[in-house]
Design a protein around this ligand. Structure first.
Ligand code: ZN
Length: 533
């Protein structure tokens, strides 16, 4: 029979054994969810430009270093021969409709046409993990945009708020009465995490380039809202009599304000002698930011190529994607065009990561710094003969083409068309072949398990927050309604407010018989500021 002394001794020894077994097991457990192994990392924010491994854990970048052992991750993806960069940032895209329902009564409204905006997750195929809507909506339809699009996107969607209250498709872009800096500031203050700045677009342009009666209204009202909210302004403008390009960029815009569409045909970027206009250098020295905003009519080789050759490069590269150009345009195709004009790969990565992050005042984005959101692009640089066209139907050829092969957003692999992160089917786990393990959950008497070849996340389902610093806005946390917020929860703006129509006599310029049919109406309460001009 075992003595008491021996029993205690055995118990202690077994305890120690279990303790050490646990420690050993913990030490052996992979500490990372994912390693992207052997790629050439370009992370301009951290001055990294060499072959390294990138490790992801718990939705965040955990380490960027050489030779991380495979055993330390649940999943290892060999990205040898590819470039690994922070998830790309496109600060000029269009999502949502760009008009409020009331704009049906405005003769110039384009709200009845096909929606302006693209499906937000499409640019994942270019490695884009953050996009900024460029003023498709204004104060009166921002909430529509957010509820219909932004809150349901796997890509992070931020916004420039249009100074035109009813948005870009409202037919009111030329109406200064629909520009209200205080109302603009009110909405920005309600959604400070989502709105990065203010957009003014098309004002006084496209009307035979005659100057409107108040040529500076759009820019000045946008800047006034920018001053109220300490945010930059993005301008899509044209020089007209009384509003020269030199005055716009060397006098009116503030340091940090962004001129998008910089290489559009209407700007005197290149002088007749072929030199870059000195006002470009002067404005850059003042801190004015120049963004590409490629679009359907805003990029011309004759402006861009000589500028790049002379060292005047854009601060940021963006697409101006909308439904009218999504068939041909992507961020990687625009980046490729800057490569064939002479920029280096490192420069175009800088112009799509750290630079735009700084421009929108979100320095936590566009970097692979450990602790940042695991937003990553894996790019391939092809060498051969590749041609591209500009918006003036002119062609330029070169030997570079940049494509994206894999996109990680918030730690999940959301784009991988070639199966770079997947196993050959013959080596898939048993579930793939229909063998559910004994340990799988029983649901209604049946054993259930995923039949995918692995269990790595390839979709984001918890849209609310996405592990990012953008939690759901407080009033939206009230389940399912616009109108019954408890005291203390901010109200959404009154979407049924009537605007001053510039076309009061038009037969369609009548209010809805019952706006409640369109939106649930919120009773105005203590917050008397809401919904008033
Ligand atoms: Zn645009």
């Amino acid at each position: 029979m075992i003595s008491y002394k021996k029993f205690v001794c055995c118990a202690l020894l077994s305890g120690f054994a279990i303790f050490y077994w646990c420690i050993a097991a913990l030490a052996a457990a992979p500490q990372y969810d994912l390693i992207l192994k052997g790629g050439h990392v370009i992370d301009p924010a951290n001055h990294i430009d060499q072959i390294m491994d990138v490790a992801v854990a718990d939705h965040r970048v955990a380490a960027v270093k050489k030779d991380i052992p495979d055993s330390e991750a649940k999943k290892v993806v060999d990205v040898t021969g590819y470039y690994v960069t922070p998830g790309l940032i496109d600060i000029h895209v269009h999502v949502s409709n760009g008009g409020t329902p009331l704009d049906w009564f405005t003769p110039n409204s384009r709200h009845r046409e096909v929606p302006e905006g693209i499906m937000t997750d499409i640019p994942l195929d270019s490695g884009v993990t953050t996009m900024v809507d460029a003023g498709t909506s204004g104060a009166n339809d921002f909430i529509q945009e957010m509820m219909k699009v932004t809150d349901h996107s796997q890509v992070r969607v931020l916004s420039w708020l249009n100074i035109v209250e009813n948005g870009m498709f409202s037919g009111l872009e030329q109406d200064p009465d629909n520009m209200n800096p205080k109302r603009c500031a009110q909405i920005i203050n309600e959604f400070p995490n989502l709105i990065v700045g203010i957009k003014t677009a098309h004002y006084g342009a496209g009307i035979n380039l005659n100057s409107p009666p108040t040529p500076w209204a759009g820019i000045d009202d946008a800047i006034a809202c920018g001053q109220l909210t300490h945010r930059p302004v993005m301008v899509d403008t044209s020089p007209v009599p009384g509003r020269s390009y030199a005055d716009i960029i060397t006098k009116r815009l503030r340091p940090g304000d962004v001129h998008t569409h910089v290489f559009a045909q209407q700007f005197p970027i290149i002088l007749p002698n072929g030199k870059v206009n000195p006002i470009m250098w002067e404005a850059r020295a003042r801190g004015v930011v120049f963004d590409v905003g490629y679009g359907s009519a805003s990029f011309w080789w004759r402006d861009a190529a000589p500028a790049i050759q002379q060292g005047f490069m854009p601060d940021s590269i963006s697409t101006d994607l909308h439904l009218g150009n999504i068939q041909e345009l992507s961020l990687t195709s625009v980046m490729s065009q800057f490569l064939i004009m002479g920029e280096t790969l490192k420069e175009v990565i800088q112009q799509t990561t750290v630079n735009p992050a700084e421009e929108i005042h979100h320095p936590e984005l566009g970097t692979l710094s450990p602790g940042s959101d695991a937003d990553i692009a894996v790019l391939q640089l092809l060498h051969g003969n590749f041609c591209y066209h500009d918006d003036g139907n002119a062609r330029m050829c070169g030997n570079s083409k940049l494509t994206n092969v894999l996109t990680v957003r918030d730690g999940a692999i959301l784009y991988d068309p070639s199966g770079l992160s997947m196993v050959d089917w013959q080596h898939a786990r048993p579930q793939y072949f229909g063998h559910c393990p004994e340990t799988a959950r029983m649901i209604r008497g049946r054993r259930r398990c995923s039949s995918a070849a692995d269990n790595f996340p390839r979709h984001i389902t918890n849209y609310e927050g996405l592990g990012s610093p953008f939690p759901l806005e407080p009033w939206l946390q009230v389940p399912g309604n616009l109108g019954n917020n408890p005291p203390g929860v901010p109200h959404p703006p009154d979407l049924t407010r009537q605007y001053h129509s510039p076309f009061p006599d038009h037969p369609r310029a009548q209010p809805l018989a019952n706006p409640k049919d369109v939106y649930p109406v919120q009773e105005q309460s203590s917050d008397s500021e809401h919904g008033q001009q």
